[in-house]
Design a protein around this ligand. Structure first.
Ligand SMILES: Cc1cc2nc3c(=O)[nH]c(=O)nc-3n(C[C@H](O)[C@H](O)[C@H](O)COP(=O)(O)OP(=O)(O)OC[C@H]3O[C@@H](n4cnc5c(N)ncnc54)[C@H](O)[C@@H]3O)c2cc1C
Length: 449
C-alpha cells in the first residue's frame, strides 16, 4: 500500500482495481455537490467525482433563475406560493428553512463573484409563473451556467478538493447501515474503492431514464437504484415533473426546452391537421396529458406549436434563444409551426433526507435533485430548485463538519469481482423504473413506457 498525495492507493498488478481514501466523498459536480465542497473546512480531504465532464450537469442548464426572499414582508407570500405549487404536500419546515436561508445564500453567491443582472444599482428581480412577486435573480437566460461555473472555479482553487471526471459511482460500501465509501468505475472500466468518513450523493435527477428529457442523458438516478439496493429510504419517487413542450427531434441527446412563456404569449398547439386541440394555458400536467393523447390519436411523436400569428418583433425579443435553436434544427418559427413533445423536466422525489441532508443510512448524505427534503411537495415552483440545492448542500456540509471523527478514514478489503461483467446502466435503470411503476402505475404507463 502506498500513500500518494495523501490518499492510500493499493493496486493489484493483474487486476485494474485500486483503493483510495479521503475524509469526505462527494458524488456529482452540479451546484449541490460544488456548494457542499466549498462549505467543508479546508483541513478535510474531499474526493469528488462526476460521471461526465465537470460542466455537464443540469445545474449548468438552468435558465430562468434562482428565487430568493425579496424582503421580510415577502415571507408569507413566498411560503404560500411554494406550497400552492406543491399542492400543499410540501414539508413546511423544509420550505421555511429554504426561504429563511435564501438571502444569505445569495450574498454568498455574490461573494463567489456570481454576476446577477442589475437594474441600475439594484439586482434585477423577475417574476415567473406561480410566483406572486418579482423575486427571481438571473443572469440573462443562462443563470445556471453563471452560478455553476463560478462555484467550479472556486472549487478548482482548493487544494483539499480532488476532482475526477468520467468516473461513475456504481455502488456504496456499507455495513450494518453505516456508509463507508463508494465503488467507482472509470472510463477504462476499472473499479476503485473510495473510502470516506462521510459520503454525499449529489447525482441530480432522473431525466436520462426518459425518452425525452431536458436534462443530460447521463443523469439517470443511479443513487436511487443504489439506495434501494441497500434499503436506504426514498420518498415521493413518483413525483416527476413533465414539461409540456420541448423541441421534438430525432437526434439523440437531451431535449431543448420550449419555455412556458411561448404559450403564455399566445403560442397555439395544433394537431396533424393544424387544428387547435387544447387550452394552452392550463396547468403543466393537464397540457402535457392533452398533448400525449393527441400524439396517440395522430400516430406520431409530436404536435405543432404555432407562433406565426404573433408579432415577429415580440418573438424575436422575447425568445431569441428558441428562435436561434429552432433555426439550427431547420425551423423558421416566424414562418412555420414547429414540432414539440412533452419531456421529463424535474424530479421532486428522491432519497429521503432531514433538514441536514442526512439519509436513513449513517454517514450517508443526499443533496440537490437526488434528495427529497419535501420542499417541492408534489410539484416544484419554478426557480426554487437551485436555491434548494444550495441551502441544503450548505447545511449538510455544516453537519459533516460538526460530526466527522478525527480518526483517519478506515480502509477495508473489497471483493471487486462482484462488479465484473455487469451492465450497471441497464440494471439500475430497471430498478428505478420498476420502483416508479410500483408507486404509480398510471404515471409509469403514461410517461415511462
Ligand atoms: C433545462 C433546465 C432548465 C432549468 N432551469 C432552472 C431554473 O431556471 N431555476 C432553477 O432553480 N432550476 C432549474 N432547473 C433545475 C436545476 O437546474 C436542477 O434541479 C439543479 O441544478 C440540480 O442540481 P444538482 O447539483 O442536484 O444536480 P446536477 O446539476 O444535475 O448534477 C448532477 C451531477 O451528478 C453527476 N452524476 C450523476 N450520476 C452519477 C454517478 N453515478 N456517478 C458519478 N457522478 C454522477 C452528474 O455527472 C452531475 O455532475 C432546470 C433544469 C433543466 C434541465
Amino acid at each position: 500500500m502506498a500513500c500518494i498525495y495523501g490518499y492510500f492507493i493499493r493496486r493489484d498488478r493483474h487486476m485494474p482495481y485500486s483503493t483510495t481514501s479521503a475524509d469526505v466523498v462527494i458524488v456529482g459536480t452540479g451546484a449541490a455537490g460544488l456548494f457542499c465542497a466549498l462549505h467543508l473546512p479546508e483541513n478535510l480531504s474531499i474526493y469528488m467525482i462526476t460521471k461526465d465532464t465537470l460542466e455537464n450537469s443540469a445545474s449548468y442548464l438552468a435558465q430562468g433563475g434562482i428565487a430568493a426572499l425579496k424582503d421580510s414582508e415577502d415571507y408569507e407570500d413566498y411560503f404560500e406560493d411554494t406550497l400552492r405549487a406543491g399542492h400543499y404536500e410540501n414539508s413546511r419546515k423544509a420550505v421555511d428553512t429554504m426561504i429563511r436561508q435564501s438571502p444569505v445564500i445569495i450574498r454568498e453567491l455574490l461573494d463567489y463573484h456570481v454576476n446577477f443582472d442589475k437594474k441600475g444599482d439594484d439586482l434585477d428581480l423577475t417574476k415567473e409563473g406561480g410566483h406572486s412577486a418579482s423575486r427571481i435573480l438571473h443572469h440573462e437566460d443562462i443563470t445556471g451556467q453563471e452560478i455553476t461555473s463560478k462555484l467550479l472555479q472556486n472549487v478548482r482553487e482548493k487544494k483539499n478538493i480532488d476532482l475526477h471526471e468520467h468516473t461513475t459511482m456504481v455502488d456504496l460500501i456499507c455495513e450494518k447501515n453505516v456508509c463507508k465509501g463508494i465503488i467507482t468505475q472509470d472510463a477504462d472500466g476499472a473499479f476503485h474503492a473510495v473510502f470516506g468518513k462521510a459520503v454525499v450523493l449529489a447525482t441530480g435527477g432522473i431525466g436520462g431514464l426518459f425518452k425525452h428529457s431536458t436534462a443530460f442523458r447521463h443523469i439517470t438516478g443511479d443513487s436511487l437504484a443504489i439506495a434501494l439496493k441497500h434499503n436506504v429510504l426514498l420518498k415521493d419517487i413518483n413525483y416527476i415533473q413533465i414539461h409540456p413542450t420541448s423541441l421534438y427531434s430525432e437526434k439523440p441527446g437531451r431535449s431543448f426546452l420550449i419555455s412556458e412563456a411561448v404559450r403564455g404569449e399566445g403560442g397555439v398547439l395544433r394537431n396533424k391537421d393544424m387544428e387547435r386541440f387544447t387550452d394552452e394555458l392550463q396547468p403543466r400536467d393537464v397540457v402535457s396529458a392533452a398533448i400525449k393523447k393527441q400524439m396517440e390519436k395522430d400516430g406520431r411523436g409530436f404536435v405543432w406549436l404555432d407562433v406565426t400569428h404573433l408579432d415577429p418583433e415580440l418573438v424575436k425579443s422575447h425568445f431569441p434563444n428558441i428562435l436561434e435553436h429552432c433555426k439550427e434544427e431547420g425551423y423558421d418559427i416566424l414562418k412555420e409551426p414547429f414540432p414539440v413533445t412533452p419531456a421529463q423536466h424535474y424530479f421532486m422525489g428522491g432519497i429521503e433526507v432531514d433538514l441536514k441532508g442526512r439519509t436513513s443510512m449513517d454517514n450517508l448524505y443526499a443533496i440537490g435533485e437526488t434528495s427529497c427534503t419535501g420542499v417541492h411537495g408534489k410539484n416544484r415552483l419554478g426557480s426554487n430548485s437551485l436555491l434548494e440545492s444550495l441551502v441544503f448542500a450548505k447545511r449538510s456540509a455544516q453537519n459533516i463538519e460538526e460530526t466527522i471523527p478525527y480518526e483517519p478514514t478506515e480502509v477495508e478489503d473489497v471483493d471487486f469481482t462482484q462488479y465484473e461483467g455487469r451492465d450497471f446502466a441497464k440494471e439500475y435503470r430497471e430498478i428505478v423504473l420498476e420502483e416508479i411503476k410500483r408507486r404509480d402505475k398510471d404515471f409509469y404507463e403514461q410517461w415511462c413506457t
